[in-house]
Write a protein that binds this ligand. Structure first.
Ligand code: 0X9
Ligand code: ZN
Length: 762
């Protein structure tokens, strides 16, 4: 029996059993030489007790029963672990090496968001953002930490919309060792500040809402985790012999309950009373005077979770809040997934285990805000030592989450375009645009949906009502526009309180436009049917993961869904399945090639686009391989590179990416009728997980605008009886009287001719 076997273990645990070897600035540096990072399956309270005795340094917030949990085991306890009968795997044999690798990676300083920064550098960067946009950012100080460090934050909003806008509040760094948290919160601030005025989503957010951002709420612990003990979690209060209070157990809601400890040496020590710590008391006092806080996120790491209240009890918040926080949490998780395909599980905080006195429970109960704890990357491969080259990707996916959240709590009416918004229209005929208007935080005044259009790029707008189709659906009609001209447009609706909302936001200063062009779709393939691609060529040497046409099965590296909107399900993926058999195999042992059918690129200006997904950063040797995309103008005899994705950088950690290029931009390529493209993915090294996916491949040609005079079938400059004769002779027979370009002569053509009958050509 497990407990009996472990009964002899009566070692007195004094916190961390790491060695203290090098002295540096006061406390000796804590080293983790030959400490193992292990993942243990814990199924009973006895097993939890057993592992905590062997490995008191638990890396999460409470040991969950029925799941795996990560611990650090000191070298002198590895024998006990082996003898314990517990089921575990060793994730890293030497934690000190992980720490060193992170330190070395962190010395490679590219842009600011490619390395982790110290307390003073974060403060300097806040000043940089203020200097960049003093009209948008103000810095504030919520008070000092227990060692006297000032805790700074930023208020970010635009002057549009006046005071009293809804406030969203994000904080980071409550736990010292979770370095990705302050980095992600700074990334969010940086994006908001830098993209106001250029990115319509960001502009809308800062016009509708105010953001309060405190990136580093536990500066003392954070500095200590940099200088002395990389695994430090708490603040640096002197408890008289031991140090630190867990700032995420020190809040008043549920304080003192399960999942917190009264033992000052514990990593989840709750402190002597709620708000005993200046860091939490200052946060509380700061937010209590903010009257418009509607949503809050406390960023932590790791595990990839979106946790909603409560953490201290299994009971759920009352309705409708519980449903709202569930839907918003699920929506944030979906938004995160859409960027790089990372799964962040959305669930109640208490579903793993109870944690009492936590920050988010307090913000929900006492500050009147919807509140979440987001546990950032990863799921334990690197854990807290997440390599700094994942900061930007983590920031990007969480920026999508906060964009979704901000829109969900501040947008009154949402305009959506189920068929997309056109960037090109066909010359001389009207273009239908489907518009959905849904109520988010406002009530739509019926009958107020409108379109504003104009041909050309200046001049007055023509207003017209949208046609109501039922439900949330409306139809807009863009006017027929001569080839070569632009048609510009925006949409508008009103709420029952008289607020006027537009899409794009900020119209008429902001608007959409589409160019009227003579376009032919040469090849448009959503891969749903087999249009003659070739998966695999002579010379391919991948042993698994060959290209195949199929419905992908989601893994850490590849998407669950193809790119084509439903009902589409099929794409090309380096999955190795024949089409229907199960299994998810990434590429191994060499390369695999995918060829498009031959297509005609000889006419007009040719633009080629596709959606790609590429992931080479999941697994043991990340960012080692490349994805090569080439084009041929001689049916595949010779090839020229179009783009190469990887080995590092953007587009290498999953997520659907749109790529478009003009044939004319590829040096050395001649437009011919024998064009072909190829996609080569490979895994040349050991151990890495590589997945590539291609979907929605489109080739279009744009022809020059002809000097046209619709209806002048004989080209004599008149639209008269002679033209009518030609049309009638071909009527429903051939295309001799085809005016609208649809390939036959019918009533539509007759209608056009009659509408211009007798009008001389321009
Ligand atoms: O324990 C915490 O404070 C948070 N996790 S962490 O690993 N970053 O320390 C989670 C708080 C909410 N979670 C639960 N109630 N389980
Ligand atoms: Zn944490």
């Amino acid at each position: 029996m497990l407990r009996a076997r472990l009964g002899w273990l009566s070692v007195v645990m004094i916190g961390i059993a790491a060695t203290f070897s090098v002295a540096q600035g006061g406390d000796p540096v804590v080293r983790y030489d030959d400490h193992q990072l292990i993942r243990v399956q814990v199924d009973t309270p006895q097993e939890r007790q057993a592992i905590l005795e062997i490995a008191p340094l638990f890396l999460g917030d409470g040991v969950a029963i029925g799941r795996t949990n990560d611990f650090i085991v000191a070298p002198d306890r590895i024998g006990d672990l082996e003898a314990s009968g517990l089921t575990y795997i060793v994730k890293h044999a030497n934690v000190q090496q992980l720490i060193e690798e992170e330190r070395i990676a962190n010395q490679v300083r590219g842009t600011w968001f490619e390395s982790y920064h110290r307390y003073s550098e974060i403060n300097d960067y806040i000043d940089t953002l203020v200097a960049l946009r003093p009209d948008l950012v103000t810095k504030f100080n919520i008070g000092q930490s227990i060692q006297g460090r000032d805790v700074y934050g930023m208020r970010i909003t635009s002057s549009v919309g006046g005071p009293g806008k809804p406030t969203l509040y994000f904080d980071g760094g409550l736990h010292a060792r979770e370095w990705i948290s302050p980095a992600t919160v700074m990334y969010i601030a940086d994006q908001l500040v830098r993209n106001y005025g250029s990115d319509p989503d960001v502009t809308g957010m800062l016009d509708r809402a105010e953001f309060l951002i405190i990136p580093l709420t536990n500066p003392d612990g954070y500095e200590y985790s940099h200088t002395t003990n990389r695994m430090w979690r708490k603040n640096r209060r002197n408890n008289g012999g031991t140090y630190g209070v867990d700032l995420n157990r020190n809040w008043s809601v549920g304080w003192g309950g399960s999942g917190s400890s009264g033992d000052p040496s514990s990593d989840i020590y709750r402190g002597t009373a709620p708000f005993s710590e200046p860091e939490t008391a200052n946060m509380r006092d700061f937010i209590l005077v903010e009257s418009n806080v509607v949503a809050h996120i406390d960023f932590h790491s790791y595990s990839q979770l979106v946790l909603r209240p409560y953490g201290y009890t299994y009971s759920t918040p009352s309705e409708p809040d519980n449903t709202t926080m569930t839907e918003l949490g699920d929506g944030m998780s979906d938004a995160i997934y859409s960027v790089h395909g990372k799964n962040y599980t959305s669930e109640p905080a208490a579903s793993l285990y109870l944690a009492s006195g936590i920050c988010t429970d307090w913000h929900y109960d006492e500050a009147g805000a919807f509140s979440w704890t987001i546990e950032l990357r990863d799921t334990g491969y690197y854990g807290f030592e997440l390599p700094p080259d994942q900061i930007i990707a983590t920031g990007e996916e969480n920026f999508a989450a906060i964009t979704f959240l901000a829109d969900s709590v501040t947008v009154m009416l949402k305009f959506e375009f189920p068929g997309g918004l056109p960037s090109m229209v066909e010359p001389d005929i009207a273009t239908v645009v489907n518009v959905d208007i849904t109520e988010v935080n406002g009530e739509l005044q019926p009958g107020t949906g409108k379109q504003f259009t104009r041909i050309g790029t200046t001049g007055p707008w023509t207003e017209a009502a949208l046609t109501y189709l039922g439900g949330d659906s409306y139809q807009a009609v863009l006017p027929a526009t001569p080839c070569g001209d632009f048609v510009q447009f925006y949409f508008q609706a009103e709420t029952t309180d008289g607020a006027i909302l537009t899409s794009p936001e900020g119209a008429p200063a902001a608007y959409c436009d589409a160019e009227s062009v003579n376009m032919i779709v040469v090849f448009d393939d959503d891969i749903e049917t087999d249009l003659g691609w070739t998966a695999g060529v002579a010379g391919d040497d991948a042993t698994t993961g060959a290209w195949g046409r199929m419905n992908p099965e989601g893994t850490e590296a590849q998407p669950e869904n193809d790119h084509t909107p439903a009902p589409g399900t099929i794409c090309y993926v380096t999955d190795g399945r024949a089409g229907s058999s199960v299994g998810t195999y990434d590429i191994d042992g060499g390369k695999t090639t995918l060829l498009t059918p031959i297509f005609d690129g000889s006419e007009g200006e040719v633009a080629i686009s596709y959606w790609r997904w590429y992931c080479n950063d999941a697994g043991a040797s990340p960012n080692a391989d490349i994805f090569v995309i080439d084009i041929s103008d001689d049916g595949g005899s010779s090839w020229t590179n179009v783009e190469t994705v990887g080995p590092g950088g953007s587009g290498t950690s999953g997520g659907w990416v749109y790529y478009e290029f003009d044939l004319a931009s590829i040096p050395g390529i001649t437009p011919t009728v024998n064009m072909q493209m190829r996609f080569i993915a490979s895994d040349e090294g050991d151990g890495s997980i590589v997945e590539a996916v291609i979907d929605d491949f489109v080739v279009i040609s744009i022809l020059e605008c002809e000097e046209t005079c619709p209806g002048d079938l004989n080209g004599d400059g008149q639209r008269d009886q002679a033209d009518l004769g030609i049309l009638l002779a071909s009527y429903e027979i051939d295309d001799g009287g085809d005016i609208d370009g649809d390939g036959d002569t019918d009533q539509a053509d007759l209608g056009i001719l009659l509408s211009v009958y007798g009008v001389p050509c321009p």
